[in-house]
Design a protein around this ligand. Structure first.
Ligand SMILES: [Zn+2]
Length: 356
């Protein structure tokens, strides 16, 4: 974050505090303007350990997530199931202060950290599930490589030449760490390795970095929920929807549509019903995707573009609020009540997430 970003953030936070004190929060929250709109919240992971320190844009701490749910409860927000919320959005029939909660990917921490808390509050939730790693039951390769190299950041320099990395890697340099991850992931992709083979590389990387890989796997860090866990949550009312099988959006129509079909087929093995809601992996979309999604019977698609949905929003390009560790409770509240819309510059979310 540069000096001007920091200044902007300070000003934004001061403005929000002033608006809250002068009663503007209540004014917007109770307005017809807000009633016609739906805030779709987007989460990825709730940390099992220190994942939020590694990727504060993707993971938040359990306590922080709980505080968000508390804000929704105290503010009497109408937290609706996604499908119902969208139907009512386009019918102009939303209750006051509507919110829908979504989680991308379906990591194991949703099962152990997020779901029990949501259940405690009685809030419905949609999980956009990517299925390849749910079947494989190993840590997501690109993410776990990045996570382990980050965990080793105080170890000075390391020689990773046996993994195809040129020259020594200076572990306390974020640029060098990123370069090492990119080279490992691209090297594996270039060789067209299977998930199991990639996992062998991750295990070897752990060994070089003196990280206990078996322990990391046992804790299910950066793993997806397995089909039994998915079934159990579906039975408990969690809504599972589409996020592509391999967390990617090919730019060739046949391959793109195959991603949706494979994803659907794998979800159907654990969960009944045809899935018609979709979320773009990494928030990445192109104009041609819309017709392809429609041909697959998709009725809604969410992005990671920041905003609140209106009846005029394209149902296949719905904005959301990506909640992150860096967002204060007051900033979060300003977004859900609608004030954030008036203070935002419409910037797209910064998601440092490379599709696998
Ligand atoms: Zn995703």
């Amino acid at each position: 974050m540069g000096p001007s970003d920091r200044l902007r953030r300070t000003l934004r936070r001061s403005a929000i505090a002033v608006l809250k004190n002068c009663g503007a929060f209540h004014l917007v929250q109770a307005s017809n303007w807000r009633r016609q709109r739906l805030m779709i919240l987007c989460y990825h992971g709730i940390s099992l350990e220190d994942e939020h320190e590694w990727r504060p844009y993707l993971f938040i701490r359990p306590e922080q997530f709980e505080r968000r749910l508390e804000i929704l409860r105290k503010g009497n927000y109408s937290v609706l199931p996604l499908a119902e919320a969208l139907e009512r959005l386009y019918r102009d029939d939303l209750p006051p202060r509507s919110v829908a909660i979504t989680f991308d990917d379906g990591t194991y921490d949703f099962y152990s950290q997020a779901h029990p808390r949501l259940q405690q509050f009685g809030y419905p939730v949609t999980v956009y599930l990517t299925t390849y790693y749910s079947q494989l039951q190993r840590p997501v390769f690109s993410l776990v490589c990045s996570y382990m190299i980050w965990k080793a950041r105080t170890q000075g320099r390391v020689d990773l030449s046996e993994l195809g990395i040129r020259g020594p890697v200076i572990l306390d340099s974020a640029d060098d760490r990123q370069r090492a991850v990119d080279e490992i992931v691209q090297g594996a992709d270039a060789q067209d390795l299977t998930g199991q083979q990639k996992d062998g590389i991750a295990a070897r990387l752990a060994e070089v970095l003196k990280i206990d890989y078996r322990d990391l796997v046992r804790k299910r860090i950066l793993q997806l929920m397995n089909p039994q866990e998915i079934k159990k949550l579906a039975d408990a009312g969690v809504d599972f929807q589409l996020h592509t099988h391999r967390h990617r959006t090919p730019t060739v129509e046949d391959l793109f549509r195959k991603e949706i079909r494979d994803n659907r087929e794998h979800i159907t093995q654990s969960v009944a019903g045809i899935k018609t809601h979709f979320c773009y992996p990494s928030g990445a979309y192109r104009p041609e995707f819309l017709a392809w999604l429609a041909s697959e019977g998709i009725v809604s698609a969410t992005t990671c573009d920041t905003g609140i949905a209106t009846p005029q929003s394209n149902p296949l390009l719905l904005p959301r609020l990506v909640d992150t560790t860096g967002r204060s409770d007051l900033e979060f509240e300003s977004w859900v009540n609608g004030i954030g819309h008036f203070l935002s510059s419409g910037k797209k979310a910064r998601l440092a997430y490379v599709p696998d």
